[in-house]
Design a protein around this ligand. Structure first.
Ligand SMILES: Nc1ncnc2c1ncn2[C@@H]1O[C@H](COP(=O)(O)OP(=O)(O)OP(=O)(O)O)[C@@H](O)[C@H]1O
Ligand SMILES: [Mg+2]
Length: 1079
C-alpha cells in the first residue's frame, strides 16, 4: 500500500488552495471541481478545511480511515475532516488549549454531517472504559433527539437544522470526555404553524404519527393520518430516504440513552400532540351586541382533547382565545379578539409551546450530559450554525441568521489574522500588513447599540403609538441612509430611487457574502414575539408539570409588567456570548460548500459554488494566508521530505534540522527572497518554489526507487536463497534422520531376528540338554530298574522255569564245546610244519574258532619245530631266508635252489691237497669255495676258476694250480648284477677308484649263484662298517671291462646251443647271453 508522508503526495489539483498558482476565482473553482470529480471532497486553505457535500456515501469515513489519521500531522495525509479533528483533539489533550470547531456553510452544505463526523472521530480516538463510553454514547445520542425536534425538510435540505447549535464537549486531563453543554440558537418556530411550499414541519410530528403504536396514539388522542392536522403540510409529507417510523424508534431509544424518564418522554409527546391539536382549533366570527368583532371556536372537540391532554380547564383556554387582558399599572383592560387575532393568538401559543419545549429538551439533555465535578475541564466546542441565507423572500429570520454569519466571518478574519500574525512573531518573521475586507462595518450596521438596525427595531417595538413594519422601514431608511452597506428606496439616496430590483417595502444589506433583500413585513411582530398574557396564564394553570415549567411568566404571583426582551435583543445577546466564548478558544474552521441545488451527487454547478466561495470569503481567506508566505513547514518534516535534493543532506543529516534545510536550500537554484527561515519553520513565499522542490523531489524519488528496487531485489534473492539453504538443511536433516531411522529399524529387526534365532538356538540347546538330562534321568531310572530287575531276576532265576531254555542252551553249547575240544585232542595232525591236515569242522557255528585254532596250532607247531634247531642249522636257514628275500619272485633260478642245501665248501679245500697252498694263503676262514666260470671279455667263453669267499674278500684262483688270480676285498665291491632268468651269470662290480677296479669288473657264472650272492650279501649285511651291497636284478646291465663298458643283455627262450646257456660277444659294447626257457 502507498504510504503518504505529505498531502503533496499524489495530489489531485492542489490539496491546499494556498498553493494555487495562479490564484484567481476561476482557478480556485476549477481546482475544487477537479478534486470533487475525483472524489476529493476536502481541500485545505492552510488549516481551514473546505468540505464539498458529496451527496453520497464515500468510503472515507471507515474505522480504518480513523486509524490512518490518528496521531498524524495535519499536512501528512490528504485533506480530511479527520485531520482537522485530530489536530484539534491533540492540541486540546497535549497542549491544554481549548478548541472550537466552527462549521459554516449554507443550508444543505453538510455542516451537521461534518459536526457529527468530528464528534464520532473524537469519540473513536479518545479513551475507553465503561464510564467514558457511557458519556460518549450520551453525547452522540443527543443528536438524534435534537434533530427530530429541531430539523425539518426544506427545499434545500431534507434534514435541515432549523436552529443553531453550539456544543461544548468537556474532557479531563487525559483527553477522556466528561460531558458536554449544548447551546441552541433561535429555533425557526414559525415553521410550526406554517411551512413554505415543498417543505415540512419539524420531523417529530411525522415521526410520532408514523412510528407510535396505536395504543400510544390513542392515549395522545391522535390519528395516524397526517391530513387530519392543519399544521402539517401535506404536499411533501413523505420524504425520499426518510423512514419516519424507524426514526421515531431511534429517537425514543436515544432519549432513553440520554437519560429521559419514561414519564418525561410521555409529557414531551403530549406537548407535541397538543401542538397538533392546537392547529386544528378554528374560529368563526361572531358579533357582540356592542358591535365589536368577536370570534368563536368552531368545533370544540379538538380544544377539549387538547385541554384533556394538558390538564387545562377548557373554559380557561376558550376564554384566553376570546379575550386579551392588558394590564397597565393598576388597571386591567380586557378586549375581545376578532378571528384574525384569535388565529394569531393560537399560532403564537403553538410556536411558543414548541420553541419552549425545544429549549426545555436542550436543558434536559444538558442536565444529563453535564460533566461531574468542579475542576476546570478542557473544552472542545462544535458550532453547527445555520449558514448564510439568501432567499427570494427574506424575512426577520434570515436577517438574524445572516447577522450571526457576519459575526462569525468577523471572528474568522480576526482569528485567522491574529493567528497568522502570532505565527510570524513566534517565528521571528517580519510582519507585512495585509489588505483585506473587514466586515466590522456591516456588523456595526446591524448591532450598533445606538443606531444599529436591531436597536432601531427594538426602539420601534417599544415605542408607544402605532407601530408597523412601514414605520420601522421609514426609520431605518432615514437613519442608515448614508451607510455604505444599506440600501432602501425610501432613503433619500438618489442611487436607489430608480432601482426597480429594490421594492418599496424592502431594504437591502450588502453583506460580506453578497447583497440580501429583506422584506420589512413581520419584522416588528417577530421581534416582539408576543404571547398574550391570558394564554401564558392559562398554560400555567394546566395540571401538567412540563407545561407549567414552560410558562413561568403565567404565574399570577409573579406578574411582571415589564415587556419581555425582544427576539432580536435575545439573539444579539446570545451571539455576543457565543463570540466571547469562541474568542477564548483556538478556532478550527470547516467551510462547507454545496455543489448543486439538486441534492445530487456528481453534479458541480459552477455558479452555485462560485456564489458560496464568494460569500464564505474563501478567496479572502487564501489571500490572507498567502499575504506573506504561501507555504510553511517545520524544519524536521521539510528536511525529511526534501533531503534527497542535496548530496550533503542525503541520506542523513547530522545536526540541527534548520542547518540541514539551510544547506539544502543553498544547494538549490532558488532565489533567496523566495524563502525565509523562521525559528522552527521555513516559509516559502511562492507556491511556484514549492512545486519546483516537489518536481525535483519526484525526479530524485524515481532514482531512489530504482536504487531501493535494486537493493530490495538483492535482499529478496539473498533471503530466498538463505531460506532455500536453510530448508535444504532441514530437509536433509529430516531425510538423514529418516534414513538413519530406517537403517536403525533394519538393524533392529535384523538384531531381533538374530537374537530370536540365537535365543531359539539356545533354547533348543537347553531343551535338548534338558531333554537329554531328562532322558538320562529316565534312563538311569530305567537302567537301575532293569538292573534291579536283572539282579532280582538273577537271584530268583533259579526259581523260574522260564530260564530253563537258556540254561539247557548253555549247557548244550558247553557240551558241544567240550566234545569238540576233546575230539580235537584225539584227531590232532602231526607236528610237522608242512603237514596240511586238519580235522574237519564239526559245527558251522564253530567256523571261526576252528580256523583260529588251526592257525594257533600251526604257529605253535612251527615254534616247537624251530626250537629243535642247532646253531649251524639255524645259520643255514637264515641264509636260505635271506636268499628268499633277495631272489624270490625276482629270478627264475631261485625256485630250483630252494631245495639244495647251502654247503659252502664244495671243494673241501682243506682236505684237498691240491689246494693246500691256497688254503694256507687264505687268511680268513673260507666261507664258500666253488668252481665258477669266469667269462672272457673278448668272446664270452668261460674259464673255470676257483671262487673263494672269506669274511673280508672274494678270491679267484686257478682251478688247476690253486693260484690266486684275483683277490677282491669285499669293501671294494659296489654291487652285484644278475639276470632275472634261470642262468648262473653274475657280475661283481667294483667301486670306481678302488685298487681292485684296475682290471675291471668280474663277469662270472656259477651253478650255486643263489648261495654265492646270498653269502656275499650276508657278509655285507653283517659288517657294521660296510655299506650294504646292492643286488641289481635285471636283464641288461653294464660291466666295466678294463676301459670299456660292456652291456650284458640276457635273451630268454632262444635255444641255440641245446639247452645250455651261451654267451657271445656281439660287439665292443654288447655281450649277449641266451638263456633257454626252463619249461
Ligand atoms: N460528508 C457527507 N457524506 C455524504 N453525504 C453528506 C455529507 N455531508 C452532507 N451530506 C448529505 O447532505 C445532506 C445535508 O447535510 P447537512 O444536513 O449536514 O447540511 P447542513 O449544512 O447541516 O444544512 P442545514 O444548514 O440546512 O442544517 C445530508 O442529509 C446528507 O444527505
Ligand atoms: Mg444542519
Amino acid at each position: 500500500m502507498e504510504v503518504k508522508t505529505s498531502l503533496l503526495d499524489n495530489m489531485i489539483g492542489v490539496g491546499d488552495m494556498v498553493l494555487l498558482e495562479p490564484l484567481s476565482e476561476d482557478s480556485f473553482i476549477e481546482n475544487l471541481k477537479n478534486r470533487f470529480e475525483h472524489n476529493e471532497i476536502y481541500t485545505y486553505i492552510g488549516s481551514v478545511v473546505i468540505s464539498m457535500n458529496p451527496y453520497r456515501t464515500l468510503p472515507i469515513f471507515t474505522p480504518d480511515k480513523v486509524e490512518e489519521y490518528r496521531n498524524r500531522n495535519f499536512y501528512e495525509l490528504s485533506p480530511h475532516i479527520y485531520a482537522l479533528a485530530d489536530e484539534a483533539y491533540r492540541s486540546l489533550r497535549d497542549q491544554d488549549k481549548d478548541q472550537c470547531i466552527l462549521i459554516t456553510g449554507e443550508s444543505g452544505a453538510g455542516k451537521t454531517e461534518a459536526s457529527k463526523l468530528v464528534m464520532s472521530y473524537v469519540a473513536a480516538v479518545c479513551g475507553k472504559g465503561q464510564e467514558v463510553n457511557k458519556v460518549k454514547e450520551q453525547l452522540l445520542q443527543s443528536n438524534p433527539v435534537l434533530e427530530a425536534f429541531g430539523n425539518a425538510k426544506t427545499v434545500r435540505n431534507d434534514n435541515s437544522s432549523r436552529f443553531g447549535k453550539y456544543m461544548d464537549i468537556e474532557f479531563d486531563f487525559k483527553g477522556d470526555p466528561l460531558g458536554g453543554v449544548i447551546s441552541n440558537y433561535l429555533l425557526e418556530k414559525s415553521r410550526v404553524v406554517k411551512q413554505p411550499r415543498g417543505e415540512r414541519n419539524f420531523h417529530v410530528f411525522y415521526q410520532l404519527l408514523s412510528g407510535a403504536s396505536d395504543e400510544s396514539l390513542k392515549k395522545l388522542k391522535l390519528h395516524r393520518d397526517f391530513s387530519k392536522y392543519n399544521y402539517l403540510s401535506l404536499d411533501s409529507a413523505a420524504v425520499n430516504g426518510l423512514d419516519d417510523a424507524a426514526n421515531f424508534r431511534t429517537v425514543r431509544n436515544a432519549m432513553q440513552i440520554v437519560g429521559f424518564m419514561e414519564d418525561e418522554v410521555q409529557s414531551v409527546l403530549e406537548l407535541v400532540a397538543a401542538v397538533l391539536k392546537l392547529g386544528n382549533i378554528e374560529f368563526k366570527p361572531d358579533s357582540r351586541s356592542n358591535g365589536s368583532d368577536e370570534s368563536r371556536i368552531k368545533d370544540k372537540n379538538d380544544l377539549k382533547e387538547m385541554c384533556e391532554l394538558l390538564g387545562i380547564e377548557q373554559s380557561v383556554l376558550e376564554r384566553a382565545f376570546s379575550y386579551r387582558t392588558v394590564e397597565a399599572k393598576s388597571e386591567k383592560v380586557s378586549t375581545t379578539l376578532n378571528v384574525a387575532q384569535a388565529y394569531y393568538a393560537r399560532d403564537a401559543l403553538a410556536k411558543n409551546l414548541y420553541s419552549r419545549l425545544f429549549s426545555w429538551l436542550v436543558t434536559r439533555i444538558n442536565e444529563s450530559i453535564k460533566a461531574q465535578g468542579k475542576t476546570r475541564h478542557k473544552v472542545m466546542g462544535v458550532l453547527d450554525i445555520y449558514g448564510f441565507e439568501i432567499f427570494e423572500d427574506n424575512s426577520f429570520e434570515q436577517f438574524i441568521i445572516n447577522y450571526c454569519n457576519e459575526k462569525l466571518q468577523q471572528i474568522f478574519i480576526e482569528l485567522t489574522l491574529r493567528e497568522e500574525q502570532e505565527e510570524y512573531i513566534r517565528e521571528g518573521i517580519e510582519w507585512t500588513n495585509i489588505e483585506y475586507f473587514n466586515n466590522a462595518v456591516i456588523c456595526d450596521l446591524i448591532e450598533n447599540n445606538k443606531n444599529g438596525i436591531l436597536a432601531m427595531l427594538d426602539e420601534e417595538c417599544l415605542r408607544p403609538g402605532t407601530v408597523t413594519d412601514e414605520t420601522f422601514l421609514d426609520k431605518l431608511s432615514t437613519i442608515c441612509a448614508e451607510h455604505l452597506h444599506f440600501e432602501s428606496r425610501l432613503s433619500k439616496n438618489s442611487k436607489f430611487l430608480t432601482d426597480h430590483s429594490l421594492p418599496h417595502n424592502c431594504f437591502r444589506i450588502q453583506h460580506y457574502a453578497g447583497k440580501v433583500l429583506y422584506r420589512a413585513e413581520g419584522f416588528v411582530d417577530k421581534n416582539n414575539d408576543l404571547l398574550y398574557r391570558d394564554l401564558s396564564q392559562a398554560m400555567y394553570k394546566a395540571n401538567h408539570s412540563l407545561i407549567k415549567q414552560l410558562f413561568p411568566e403565567g404565574n399570577p404571583a409573579k406578574v411582571n409588567l415589564k415587556r419581555p426582551p425582544t427576539a432580536g435583543f435575545q439573539f444579539k445577546a446570545s451571539v455576543g456570548t457565543l463570540m466571547r466564548n469562541l474568542q477564548t478558544k483556538n478556532p478550527n474552521y470547516i467551510r462547507c460548500i454545496k455543489p448543486n441545488d439538486k441534492k445530487a451527487s456528481h453534479i458541480f454547478t459552477d455558479s452555485l459554488v462560485r456564489h458560496q466561495v464568494r460569500y464564505l470569503g474563501l478567496m479572502e481567506n487564501v489571500r490572507v494566508r498567502r499575504a506573506g508566505y504561501a507555504f510553511r513547514q517545520p524544519y524536521e518534516p521539510c528536511l525529511e521530505r526534501y533531503k534527497m535534493l542535496c548530496k550533503r543532506t542525503w541520506p542523513h543529516w547530522q545536526g540541527p534540522a534548520r542547518e540541514g534545510v539551510e544547506v539544502m536550500m543553498s544547494a538549490l537554484p532558488v532565489q533567496a527572497e523566495e524563502f525565509s527561515y523562521g525559528r522552527s519553520k521555513i516559509f516559502i513565499r511562492n507556491p511556484r518554489t514549492l512545486f519546483f522542490l516537489e518536481e525535483r523531489r519526484r525526479q530524485c524519488l524515481q532514482d531512489l526507487a530504482t536504487l531501493i528496487q535494486k537493493i530490495y531485489r538483492g535482499w529478496k534473492c539473498r533471503t530466498h536463497f538463505l531460506l532455500l539453504k536453510k530448508s535444504q538443511i532441514v530437509v536433509s536433516a529430516w531425510y538423514r534422520r529418516y534414513a538413519q531411522q530406517k537403517k536403525y529399524q533394519k538393524i533392529k529387526s535384523a538384531t531381533t531376528v538374530v537374537q530370536s534365532y540365537t535365543r531359539g538356538w539356545q533354547a533348543r540347546k537347553l531343551l535338548r540338554e534338558l531333554k537329554h538330562q531328562k532322558r538320562c534321568e529316565e534312563a538311569v531310572t530305567t537302567i537301575s530298574a532293569f538292573w534291579h530287575g536283572t539282579q532280582i531276576r538273577r537271584e530268583y532265576r533259579k526259581f523260574f522255569r522260564a530260564n530253563a531254555g537258556r540254561k539247557i542252551y548253555d549247557f548244550t553249547i558247553q557240551r558241544i564245546m567240550q566234545k569238540y575240544f576233546l575230539g580235537l585232542k584225539s584227531t590232532m595232525p602231526s607236528m610237522s610244519p608242512i603237514d596240511k591236515n586238519w580235522p574237519a569242522r564239526p559245527y558251522l557255528f564253530l567256523g571261526g574258532v576252528h580256523s583260529e585254532l588251526r592257525r594257533i596250532f600251526h604257529l605253535w607247531r612251527c615254534k616247537k619245530y624251530r626250537s629243535k634247531f642247532t646253531e649251524e642249522k639255524k645259520a643255514v636257514y637264515e641264509e636260505k631266508l635271506e636268499a628268499s628275500e633277495i631272489f624270490k619272485d625276482k629270478k627264475a633260478l631261485y625256485p630250483s635252489s630252494v631245495s639244495q642245501p647251502f654247503k659252502g665248501d664244495y671243494l673241501e679245500i682243506n682236505k684237498n691237497p691240491k689246494y693246500q697252498k691256497l688254503s694256507i694263503a687264505m687268511e680268513d676262514k673260507v666261507l664258500l669255495a666253488d668252481v665258477v666260470n669266469k667269462i672272457n671279455r673278448a668272446n664270452g667263453k668261460g674259464t673255470a676258476r676257483l671262487f673263494l669267499l672269506t669274511k673280508n674278500s672274494v678270491v679267484l684262483a686257478d682251478q688247476k694250480t690253486g693260484q690266486v688270480k684275483a683277490s677282491v676285498p669285499l669293501p671294494d665291491l659296489s654291487s652285484v648284477s644278475v639276470s632275472t632268468q634261470s642262468d648262473g651269470f653274475f657280475a661283481l662290480k667294483l667301486k670306481e677308484g678302488s685298487a681292485s677296479a684296475v682290471k675291471g669288473d668280474f663277469l662270472l657264472s656259477s651253478e650255486h649263484l643263489i648261495e654265492i650272492i646270498t653269502k656275499i650279501h650276508r657278509m655285507g649285511t653283517r659288517a657294521a662298517d660296510r655299506e650294504q651291497l646292492d643286488i641289481d636284478i635285471s636283464d641288461e646291465f653294464l660291466v666295466q671291462f678294463k676301459h670299456d663298458k660292456v652291456c650284458v643283455k640276457f635273451i630268454p627262450g632262444v635255444p641255440k646251443n641245446g639247452n645250455s646257456v651261451s654267451c657271445k660277444r656281439k660287439n665292443n659294447r654288447l655281450l649277449e647271453v641266451s638263456v633257454p626257457s626252463t619249461a
